[in-house]
Design a binder for this molecule. Structure first.
Ligand code: SF4
Length: 216
């Protein structure tokens, strides 16, 4: 049986190679809490640009709220004045119809199933395309920080998209090395809006049902 890959170690090895320092990285961000640790960790080594593209988010008000928090976090980090590279930001289009179109037939999938794989592919493909258009050296996502998301699935999809667009995928498993715990602490420190569902209407309904179950 093939050895399980350690994506965090692959990232560490890549960052131990000084020839990669200062390379341009486009990172897909899902929300400010997940970005908090990833950006802090990457910004001293890479010239990072955040790409906010999440057509999965169910309501526009929720989407805008997450966008504003993402921008606020970036501006807080850019004020730190600790010698790290400035973080830039690119707004993706909000196009929920793309998500609904692609989720047809996958509505009943549980969180972590086939619908999520499609959702990752949708977002990472667009991120890869923007990385190619912007001549970035690497692209990646903050999504691997979530303990609810499979890092292997995300990295495999990312690598496929990287091959498709011709930009190098940056491997990660940001939850490792205490990354997830640090994201909770940073979210508290910066008072970030922390939603209690992943993003789509299906995940919102699933979370509401789970809460109902607990309160029964
Ligand atoms: S649960 Fe999250 S990852 Fe899965 S389809 Fe919904 S928004 Fe996308």
């Amino acid at each position: 049986m093939a050895n399980k890959r350690n994506y965090q170690k692959e990232l560490d090895d890549l960052m131990a190679d000084s020839s990669n320092k200062g390379k341009r990285l486009l990172i897909h961000a899902c929300c400010a809490p997940c970005s908090s640790y990833c950006l802090l960790y990457l910004r001293s080594f890479f010239r990072v640009t955040v790409f906010y593209y999440n057509p999965n988010i169910t309501e526009e008000a929720e989407y805008r709220k997450r966008v504003e928090e993402e921008k606020r976090l970036i501006s807080e980090y850019n004020k730190l004045g600790d010698g790290a590279y400035e973080i830039f930001y690119i707004d993706g289009d909000y196009e929920p119809s793309k998500f609904y179109e692609a989720s047809k037939g996958l509505e009943k999938e549980p969180e972590g199933g086939k619908r999520c794989e499609m959702c990752f592919a949708l977002r990472l493909r667009r991120t890869g395309e923007v990385a190619r258009e912007g001549d970035f050296d690497f692209f990646t996502t903050t999504l691997t920080i979530s303990p609810l998301k499979n890092a292997e699935t995300l990295n495999k999809i990312g690598e496929c998209m990287g091959e498709l667009v011709g930009v190098r995928w940056l491997p990660s498993d940001f939850k490792k090395k205490g990354g997830y715990q640090q994201s909770i602490e940073l979210s508290k420190k910066y008072d970030l809006y922390r939603q209690d569902f992943c993003g789509c209407g299906f995940s919102k309904a699933e979370r509401a049902m789970a809460k109902e179950e607990i309160n029964r």
